[in-house]
Design a protein around this ligand. Structure first.
Ligand SMILES: [Cu+2]
Length: 137
């Protein structure tokens, strides 16, 4: 009987800790731009005065980084490299920008465009299997 009580007390203690963890509230102001799903934080672009540069890798069947932030109204330059041969990653498309570009293996392919409006731009492989997201702010 004594051990049962001890177990119950342990549960109560754990329960308390979990409540404390779950109490981390996010600010309501950020809610309208924060996606509800738990995604990795978009990587920042390297921004100079005129151009925002992202080094994008096609490797292991995915894009790295899979999402990144840029600013609207400024040119974006993607330096895309692909390190694997037979893969559908041999084409990269950004449908909203009318971009569809072959990505040869082991060389840098540059894709440039200027996003005009804030929002999420999806990019995909030629078969729409690998996906990434450009978060325009
Ligand atoms: Cu694909």
């Amino acid at each position: 009987m004594k051990s049962l009580i001890a177990v119950a007390a342990l549960f109560l203690t754990i329960g308390c800790h979990q409540e404390t963890d779950g109490a981390r509230a996010t600010s309501p102001a950020a809610a309208e731009t924060t996606p509800a799903t738990t995604e990795p934080t978009p990587a920042p672009a390297t921004t100079t005065a005129d151009v925002q540069t992202i080094d994008l890798k096609v490797s292991g069947g995915e894009y790295q980084p899979a999402s990144f932030n840029v600013q609207a109204g400024k040119p974006v330059r993607l330096n895309v490299t692909r390190d694997e041969k037979p893969t559908c990653g041999d084409v990269l498309t950004i449908p909203s920008q009318n971009i569809s570009k072959p990505i040869p293996v082991n060389q840098v392919t540059t894709i440039e465009f200027t996003p005009q409006n804030a929002g999420d731009l999806e990019f995909t492989c030629g078969m729409n299997m690998m996906k990434g997201k450009i978060v325009v702010q």
